[in-house]
Design a protein around this ligand. Structure first.
Ligand code: PMM
Length: 275
C-alpha cells in the first residue's frame, strides 16, 4: 500500500478479535470459521478496514505467546485479504506485523505505539505499510496504575509526539502514520472525555487520527443505571452518537464493533456538514 486508505469521509475499521477473552464479544468469534463469518459480515456492512487481533488488551489481561497470536491471526488475515478486504493487524509484536503483512495485511495497528517491541518501528518502516501508533503507557496488567497526568490532553499529546518522532526517525513515511489517543488505556473515564472534547489539540500533531471508543467502559459508566454499568452490547447507540460527532471533527477513522451504525452516523454528519 503506497498510502493510507482514503474515502473522502471518516473510515470505519471493523473489529475482529480472534481471542477467547475479548471483553465485548465474549470470545464467540474464536475459531477460524466464526472469525471469517464475522469478517465477511463486517465487510458486507461497509467496513473500510478489518482489524484482526489475536491478543486481548483488556485491562488485566495476560499476554498470549507469539506462536498462539500468529496461529490465531494469520489464517484469518490470509482469507480476508484474498477476499479483497483491506486488513490491519492489531499487534504489539514486530514478528506478527511482518508475518501478517506477508499474509496480506496493509496496516499495522500497534496499541503500544512501538514501545512494547523495540523492533516494531524499523520493521514497519521496512514493510512500507501504514502504521497506527496508539498512546500507551504499559501492558494491560499494569496500565490501570499508570493514570496520573498533569493535564491529560497536554501529556498525551506530548507522549504521542514522541511516538510520532520515533516512527518518522525509524523511516515510517509521514503519509503512512496515524495517531490514536488510546481511550481507556491508562485512562479513566474522565480522561477519555477530556481527550475527546479537546481532540483538536491532538490533531495539531499533524497526523490523521483514529479513535477507538466502541463499547468501551466509559460509555457504560455514562449510561449506568441503578443496577450498574450498561453492558457492552448496549453501548452501541452511544458509540454511534460519538462517531457522528467525531466525523464532524474530521477524524480519519473510527475502530468499531458495529459497522453499519457507524457508516450511517458518518453519512449523517457528512450530509449536515455539506448543508
Ligand atoms: N482498543 C482496543 C484494541 N485495539 N487499537 C486502537 N488503535 N485503538 C483502540 O482504542 C484500541 C485498539 C481495545 O478494545 P477491544 O477489546 O474492543 O478491541
Amino acid at each position: 500500500m503506497s498510502v493510507l486508505p482514503e474515502a473522502g469521509r471518516t473510515l470505519v475499521m471493523g473489529i475482529l478479535n480472534v481471542t477467547p477473552d475479548s471483553f465485548s464479544d465474549g470470545g464467540d468469534h474464536l475459531g477460524f470459521e466464526a472469525a471469517i463469518t464475522q469478517g465477511r459480515r463486517l465487510l458486507a456492512e461497509g467496513a473500510d478496514i478489518i482489524d484482526v487481533g489475536g491478543e486481548s488488551t483488556r485491562p488485566g489481561a495476560e499476554r498470549a505467546p507469539v506462536a498462539v497470536e500468529l496461529g490465531r491471526v494469520l489464517p484469518v488475515i490470509r482469507e480476508l485479504a484474498a477476499a479483497g478486504a483491506a486488513v490491519s493487524v492489531d499487534t504489539m509484536r514486530a514478528q506478527v506485523a511482518a508475518d501478517a503483512v506477508a499474509a496480506g495485511a496493509v496496516l499495522v495497528n500497534d496499541v503500544s505505539g512501538g514501545l512494547a517491541d523495540p523492533a516494531m518501528l524499523g520493521t514497519v518502516a521496512g514493510l512500507g505499510v501504514g502504521y497506527v501508533a496508539m498512546h500507551w503507557r504499559g501492558h494491560s496488567t499494569v496500565m490501570q496504575q499508570l493514570t496520573r497526568y498533569d493535564d491529560v490532553v497536554t501529556d498525551v499529546a506530548a507522549e504521542l509526539a514522541q511516538r510520532r518522532d520515533a516512527a518518522l526517525a525509524a523511516g515510517i513515511a509521514p503519509e503512512r502514520l496515524i495517531l490514536d489517543p488510546g481511550l481507556g488505556f491508562a485512562k479513566t473515564a474522565a480522561h477519555n472525555w477530556e481527550l475527546l472534547s479537546r481532540l483538536d489539540e491532538l490533531g495539531r500533531l499533524g497526523q490523521p487520527l483514529l479513535v477507538g471508543a466502541s463499547r468501551k467502559r466509559f460509555l457504560g459508566e455514562l449510561l449506568a443505571e441503578a443496577d450498574g454499568l450498561r453492558p457492552p452490547r448496549q453501548r452501541d447507540d452511544a458509540t454511534a452518537a460519538l462517531t457522528a460527532l467525531l466525523a464532524e471533527r474530521g477524524v480519519w477513522g473510527v475502530r468499531t464493533h458495529t459497522v453499519r451504525a457507524q457508516r450511517d452516523a458518518i453519512a449523517v454528519a457528512d450530509r449536515l456538514r455539506r448543508g
